[in-house]
Design a protein around this ligand. Sequence first.
Ligand SMILES: Nc1ncnc2c1ncn2[C@@H]1O[C@H](COP(=O)(O)OP(=O)(O)OP(=O)(O)O)[C@@H](O)[C@H]1O
Length: 259
Amino acid sequence: MLRHQEVNKEKIISVDQFNLWYGKNQALYDIDMDIYKNEVTAIIGPSGCGKSTFIKSLNRMVEMVPIVNMAGRINYGNQNIFHPKYNVEDLRTEVGMVFQKPNPFPKSIYDNVAYGARIHGVKKKSRLDEIVEKSLKQAAIWDEVKDRLKSNAMGLSGGQQQRLCIARCLAIEPEVILMDEPTSALDPISTNKVEELVQELKTNYSIVIVTHNMQQAARISDRTAFFLNGYVVEYDKTDKIFHNPQKKETEDYITGRFG
Ligand SMILES: Nc1ncnc2c1ncn2[C@@H]1O[C@H](COP(=O)(O)OP(=O)(O)OP(=O)(O)O)[C@@H](O)[C@H]1O
């Protein structure tokens, strides 16, 4: 596939001939992809095509599976994240992640958001208060929780829990946010709120989102990559992917002929 290059856009992640195997089974093949700053990049494709594997590679979470082997490069900024001297903790601070199922800690709303800052050594109460308020505001949930910050996060609705998890991710001030089907467990109203939030967040962050929902990809992303059987079949501006795809497989998928 020809590498998709944009001259006037700043790249934040650059994936170069990336291959990944689970044991003997290859899950990703020769991925070449540039991810741009302050954009929403959607990853679409049928079940099992490698979407989650791909985004979990971007912050090296995929290495938690012991049988994983990889080849190729992923550059964050100018550095190869697989270089032996690259600090994976730093990477995960810069490249945060939000999961499919909201996964708040069984702690207070406040402690959920303050967690990352505390781990990074912030102790002063007034500073923690500031971080918690700012993150909850950015995640568009402050008004709903500001009077019950000491309540347990498990008492929030699923949609609120997901926005809380987004706040928790924002609190460590990442540059990139990876989202693996963040709305698939949510009702339509909560989904709408998270979609609006993603669009607001791209002013300050770069977002990569895996979604099974093609309308969602079309609504909220700037660029879309269509994955199939571990390959990137097509990667381009979202409008082009949905209205003028260059590959027959992409067209078949977006028109619902398979997948
Ligand atoms: N932990 C694992 N061990 C072994 N194989 C795995 C593991 N995780 C994923 N795979 C395999 O890698 C391939 C890609 O899976 P992946 O979960 O990345 O796909 P996906 O596109 O995200 O799927 P879905 O849309 O169903 O979530 C599949 O063949 C899957 O079986």
